[in-house]
Ligand binder design. Sequence first.
Ligand code: NAD
Length: 480
Amino acid sequence: MERNNLIIGGHYVAPKSGAFEEVKSPFDNRVVGEVATANLDDVEAAIAAAVIGFEKWRRTPAHERFAIMLKAAALADERQEEMAQIISAENGKSLVEARGEASRSGEIMRLAAYEGAQLYGETLPLDANKGTGFDKVGFTIKQPVGVVVAITPFNYPALLVLHKLAPALAAGNSVVLKPARSTPLTAIALAQCFIDAGLPDGVLSVITGAGGLLGDALVSDKRVRKVSFTGSTRTGEHIARVAGVKKLSLELGASGPVVVLKDADIEYAANSISLGGYINAGQVCISAQRVIVEESIMGDFLAALQPKVEAIKVGDPSAADTKVGTLISKAEADRVAQSIRTAVADGATLLTGGEQDGTVIQPAIVTNVDPYSAFAQDELFGPAVAVSSARDVTHAIELANSTIYGLGAGVFTNNMNSAIQAMREIESGVVHINWTQLWRADLMPYGGMKSSGIGKEGLRSAIAEMTEVKTVIMHGQAWN
Ligand code: NAD
């Protein structure tokens, strides 16, 4: 079994503690790798390397950074299958889903590379400001922020790492990455693509180990200029408290609503929800968790949804016909199964699914859910949808907006007025008309409102958040 040291400034370095920990498959508990357990001395070494690396990388011409990014992308393309195997092994998602995720790595790097070569500024029309004359010239330049700390969750071990590393590096920042404790191997394999592509010393570090200990030290360090975090709202709130004065992007949790109105194509909506509620065993921040259906079509909608959900093949992630694999751990599967039981005890109806076998849960539909109950309001992060009814479009929007979250929403309707009302009124960072929120083009702005976070990802938006706008004023003297 390969032992993975820490990556400090692009070099493999043994952890100061000498300690390593096993990474296990959530499906059968077999050991799939070993990673170093970093301590605070390692954090110090990574940040110190990043400070030095940044000085070199920020002065590297954009066309050279661009070439390195494209080379890393080509390597990620070449290593796609290897990457998919690692993702599936450590995360438990089906190989089919892992291959889909791995196939986007090169593309994210390429999109970031192009955006990193587009750091335009603007000319300021200073003479339009009363009291300012024609003797001054003002403009802005965009510069990388400096040392970026990236902290990522377990559910998309490649995608979510790359949505931070690729824009940060493309824009000229140095990065210290702390991946999720359960999925560090994918992060290390991705970092290897950048290192092999010729990233200079110091620019990229990967620190593995305990989130709380390492996270607090990384986030609070004054040399760090930006923290880009994806994970739970609870950890995000903690980070916001300890970060101090630095840029923050927080991509947090959700309880995503999908509205199905009476004029929707019911079969089409049911098909989309049978994907959006269950992909990755529902462990997606943009999962279709709450389905809000206009009363008059509830029977027809459930009749269309149920057979599609019952046809989802779950189980061994490596089996060719498995669509949906495991949850990340037995504890998480227990929590989700218990949430379903509690919802039923509180008056909801389990239409199908919910049976638990270790880390696997049969896709569930829970109907008659009180939209204000914990089952609807709290993030489930599991393979079940909570179905509630609404009187009309206005009531459906009110229910959609009733949680503390606002990340993604979906609306199924063929009525243009309802579509426009929904897109204007739903409090959500992304609104999909005629698909669920479980859809993402890597280049689009992506991020939450309310307790789902602050800031936007998507390569152009992420680069905007990972750069500083510097205003320059040149003061001349009047020439007549
Ligand atoms: P988590 O918050 O438990 O962990 C996320 C990361 O934070 C891990 O790397 C963890 O080690 C680290 N961490 C833990 N304590 C920390 C601390 N004190 N300081 C700094 N870092 C710390 O989340 P998770 O269980 O890995 O992921 C699931 C959550 O992520 C869900 O809530 C989901 O909605 C959210 N998520 C959001 C998005 C989005 O784009 N909005 C995408 C994916 C996942």
